[in-house]
Every structure is written in C-alpha cells, then in structure tokens.
Design a binder for this molecule. Structure first.
Ligand code: SF4
Length: 216
C-alpha cells in the first residue's frame, strides 16, 4: 500500500522523489522569445518536441514575427508545418492567433492568463506553458497528455478533463511546485510511466502509486 497517509503528503513525496530522479529535467522545445514559445507550443499538440524543433528550425527563419504569420498564404503555412501533424488546424490557429496579436496586443504576446485565453486555439495548457516559460509567471499547472495520465494513475485526481485535473493538482500541491510539474511529468512519462506500458517494476515512486501497487 502507498505509505503516505493523505493525498497532499503523497503528492509532495512524489514530486520530491521525481525531482531527485530527474535533477536535469529541462524543457526540450526550442524557442528564443515569448512569440516563439507561443507558436512552438501550439505546434506541439499531439506531436513530439523533436518533431516541432525540426520544423521550427526553418519556420522561425522564414516567419520572424506575428505579422509574417498573419499575412502569409494559409496553404503555404500548412505546407511549412506539415511534418508536425494536424497541420491544417494548427496553421489556422497560428494565423488567427497572430492576427489577434496584431489587432489587440500590438503584435506582442500578452502576459496574463485571461488575455492568452482570448487567443484562438490557446487553452489553459498552452497559456500556462507560455506564462511559465516565456515570462516566469506561474498561474496554474500545464496539463498535457503525460500530466493527465500520470496524475490519474497516481490517484492524485479522478478528473476526466485536463481542466479538472489541473484544479485538483492545484489544490493538493503548493504553488511553488506548479511550474515544474509539467516538465517533470513529461520526463517521467517518457522514461517510466509510459502510456501503453508503464515500467512499474523499475519505477522510483512505486511505493506511492496505487496503480503500481496493484501490479504486485
Ligand atoms: Fe506509473 Fe507504474 Fe510508476 Fe505508478 S508505479 S507511477 S503506474 S510507472
């Protein structure tokens, strides 16, 4: 049985152990400024960081600001980001978002959650990532596919939507940890707690995991 006696204590122990396991855990999505963080994060949905980095290496040389994305031919933009998958939807999101940046924010990426959420195609996950990585502002926890899956396996939440999982995690973890959860869980999810085949037999937090305990 997991030995922590309440979910807050267990969550803290889990994060502490993961921090010790992955002291070098770092962001692998490449971006040099807030605008590139925003575009790269939109591109990263359902794609790997490596795929996105390959595309943005040339994309950010061709399109240098919101104006260049906003005014390009949409079909050309689709071709330019084809390799990341879901390219039609992402091209539309990027172009509309850039048009909104020009119309409403003087071409700059806004620095508040509400303003970011007003952009087309930007949900709380993307907004949290942009705020944290671009501006060092922590307002919530970016819940991507790894955070969603792992938090539920660990029974830190029973939420069935990313929004509910984020709310639950924010209730049980202190705010100073919110900003590191996304990257820490991504690293852990890639190496150990994988979607199809979690490696419970070598997992450093198995004693804190109800799912892992049931495998024994
Ligand atoms: Fe994931 Fe298994 Fe570790 Fe639980 S014990 S966190 S399911 S790898």
């Amino acid at each position: 049985m997991p030995h922590a006696n309440n979910v807050e204590t267990r969550a803290m122990q889990i994060v502490q152990l993961l921090k010790e396991t992955y002291p070098e855990s770092h962001v692998t999505l490449k971006a040099r400024n807030p605008f590139e963080v925003l575009v790269a994060t939109i591109l990263s949905a359902q794609s790997t960081d490596a795929q996105v980095n390959r595309v943005t290496q040339t994309l950010f040389r061709k399109y240098r600001n919101a104006e260049s994305f906003a005014t390009t031919d949409l079909h050309q933009l689709e071709l330019d980001i084809f390799a990341v998958g879901y390219y039609r939807q992402k091209a539309r999101y990027i172009q509309t978002t850039c048009q909104m940046l020009i119309q409403q924010f003087d071409g700059k990426v806004p620095r508040t959650m509400d303003e970011l959420l007003s952009l087309h195609g930007v949900g709380r996950k993307t907004a949290n990532i942009v705020l944290t990585r671009a501006f060092g502002i922590v307002e919530g926890i970016a819940v991507d596919t790894h955070v969603f899956r792992i938090s539920r396996r660990l029974e830190l939440t029973a939420g069935s939507t990313p929004e509910k999982v984020e709310q639950d995690l924010m209730k049980i973890l202190p705010k100073q940890l919110w900003g590191i959860i996304n990257q820490l869980f991504i690293t852990f999810g890639r190496h150990i707690c994988q979607a199809r085949d979690p490696q419970c037999n070598i997992c450093p937090i198995v004693s804190l995991c109800p799912y892992g305990q049931r495998q024994n």
